[in-house]
Design a protein around this ligand. Structure first.
Ligand code: CP
Length: 312
């Protein structure tokens, strides 16, 4: 694996999931692989799970880790070619990426979308600029349009917990007061298209995801119908894609509760707003697997880093 920018960088998903499950059983089996290697984690946005699980994954492989909070602790970065840099951006990504490449063997980047400029977000300007100007592999820790490490952790969780060969998985939109990105639902939808699952998406009208992502996945505006006989229910808010970045509904009717969940397992990438996205009752129950999902973030990152290290 040269880079890990999107799920397309995984040639065989079942093989990678099995490899991750094996790493979970023996996390230090490859601790010599990353000896004398360093990963640099660059955060343009906040993080709890991604920041800690990616460092833990790297350390399990014997790597050293460096973390830079770009937005708060470093120079303002310019991404436009030919820019006259007479504003508050003191450094161009061209120099920054080349310089950091001399300090690290793998560069991991988190950069959320603007949710204002759809074209720029879809071009993945930050991630792709680092890829262009860096001379080391790039790891996507959530970009404008995708969160592939989260989707891989989710796939590991479903694989470990499923009780039947082809479980029914539902991605159900939930209300939220702020405009949130499409990265998590995009990557989850892409991942479910690669697993042997019966997958359905449900959301209010106007919340259709990018059709290039959802392709021919069944979509219904009837949440009750979608949830019938579900084995896993992944609840997530996202803002409108059509009216890009708009919050068009905060309808509480879409919040997940125990009655709607039935016997299904509850999934969410976290952080989650209690009693907005989902009730306390669901989160406090044995049906919630959010802590298992967060644990699997380590092994998702570890299996990807292992594959990148092996190709250095
Ligand atoms: N799920 C996830 O990416 O969590 P953080 O934003 O805390 O990293």
């Amino acid at each position: 694996m040269e880079h890990f920018l999107d799920l397309d960088d995984i040639p065989n998903i079942d093989q990678l999931i099995n490899e991750a499950i094996n790493l979970k059983k023996a996390p230090y089996a490859f601790e010599q692989l990353g000896k004398h290697k360093t990963i640099g984690l660059l955060f343009f946005n906040s993080s709890l799970r991604t920041r800690l699980s990616t460092q833990k994954a790297a350390q399990n492989l014997g790597m050293k880790t460096m973390v830079l909070n770009v937005s708060s602790d470093s120079w303002g970065l310019e991404f436009e070619d030919g820019a006259v840099m007479n504003t508050n951006k003191a450094e161009h990504v061209r120099e920054a990426a080349a310089v950091i490449s001399q300090y690290v063997d793998i560069m991991a980047i988190r950069a959320f979308p603007t949710l204002c400029d759809k074209e720029k977000d879809e071009q993945e300007q930050v991630l792709k600029s680092f890829q262009k100007y860096a001379s080391v592999p790039i790891l996507n820790m959530e970009s404008a349009t995708g969160h592939p490490l989260q989707a891989l952790a989710d796939a590991i969780t479903i694989t470990e917990l499923k009780q039947k060969q082809k479980p029914k998985v539902v991605l159900s939109w939930a209300p939220h007061p702020k405009a949130l990105p499409h990265a998590v639902p995009n990557s989850f939808a892409k991942m479910m298209q690669r697993l042997d699952v019966d997958f359905v998406i449900t959301h209010p009208k106007g919340y259709e995801l990018n059709p290039e992502v959802t392709k021919d996945i069944p979509i219904t505006y009837d949440q009750e119908k979608a949830l019938k006989d579900a084995d896993f229910v992944y609840v997530k808010n996202w803002s409108s894609y059509k009216n890009y970045g708009e919050v068009e509904s905060i309808d509480e009717k879409w919040m997940m509760n125990s009655a709607k969940l039935g016997n299904a397992k509850f999934m969410h990438c976290l952080p989650v707003r209690r009693n907005v996205i989902v009730t306390d009752e669901v989160l406090n129950s044995n049906q919630s697997v959010v802590i298992e999902q967060a644990n699997n973030r380590t092994y998702a990152a570890q299996v990807v880093l292992k594959n990148i290290l092996e190709s250095l």
